[in-house]
Design a protein around this ligand. Structure first.
Ligand code: HEC
Length: 132
């Protein structure tokens, strides 16, 4: 009987130790924004993901017909960026539509993609920059 009690007590101590260790670890690292990788098989839709992101991010406030090129509104975005050579499917990271407003560029300082917006655009280009 006593040894069962002792076992439970020891197990509890071990459990508390594990929890304390796990909790203490959480505060040791600075939190980096983790961008979940998009599974390789997943498609990224230009019309359902990229264009709405440009609208949500406020890009299309300036980049719309009559305003600043490239036009990033749904009706003309694809032809506007591909026609102006802003997409480089050979070297995706050198695409101007990706790197000009990317968070670590020193261009377009008034408005940047967030890290996850930039990752989305890059992965769309890596997947062939389809008008899908
Ligand atoms: C406040 C207005 C404004 C907003 C908002 C804005 N831009 Fe721009 N953008 C400009 C201006 C002005 C230029 C031209 C600047 C230059 O050439 O240095 C430009 C240039 C660019 C270029 C380079 C075009 C080229 O032909 O070289 C890209 C790409 C671009 N913007 C994308 C975006 C994206 C994506 C967003 C949203 C995250 C955005 N812009 C938000 C005003 C804006």
């Amino acid at each position: 009987m006593m040894s069962i009690m002792k076992n439970i007590f020891v197990n509890c101590l071990i459990l508390i130790g594990i929890i304390a260790f796990a909790v203490s670890c959480q505060y040791k690292f600075t939190v980096e924004p983790v961008i979940p990788p998009i599974p390789p098989g997943d498609t990224i839709s230009f019309s359902l993901q990229i264009v709405p992101m440009w609208a949500d991010a406020g890009c299309a406030d300036c980049h719309k017909s009559g305003g600043q090129l490239p036009y990033l509104t749904a009706d003309v975005a694809y032809s506007s960026i591909t026609g102006a050579g802003l997409v480089n499917t050979g070297v995706p990271a050198e695409s101007i539509i990706y790197n000009f407003p990317s968070p670590d560029s020193d261009t377009h300082t008034w408005k940047k993609y967030t890290a996850s917006q930039a990752a989305l655009v890059l992965q769309w280009i890596e997947k062939g920059a389809k008008n899908n």
